[in-house]
Design a protein around this ligand. Structure first.
Ligand code: SF4
Ligand code: SF4
Length: 77
């Protein structure tokens, strides 16, 4: 349900592939303005409030950068 989840994204591990943005039906992800130490313009959960906890982003991220967290503090998976 919207507004009950938040996203933790590992900025330094992100390789900016954009898969999270492609699979998210709620348009949560966008590319940030900063570059990480590897030189990638890492993604960011810009609209985490819209997350429904579907976990599509979690499963698609090839670099294990993402955690979907219920706002009660429990990981969604
Ligand atoms: S869990 Fe689903 S709705 Fe939430 S950010 Fe990931 S893909 Fe989008
Ligand atoms: S899928 Fe993972 S590595 Fe790719 S842009 Fe999203 S967070 Fe970064």
């Amino acid at each position: 349900m919207a507004g009950k989840y938040t996203i933790q994204l590992d900025f330094e591990a992100c390789k900016a592939c954009g898969y999270c943005r492609i699979v998210c039906r709620k348009h949560v992800y966008g590319q940030g303005s900063g570059f990480n130490k590897k030189g990638y313009r890492a993604f960011s959960a810009l609209k985490a409030d819209s997350c429904t906890g579907c976990l599509r982003c979690f499963y698609v991220c090839p670099d294990f950068c993402l955690e979907v967290i219920k706002l009660d503090g429990q990981a969604a998976i």
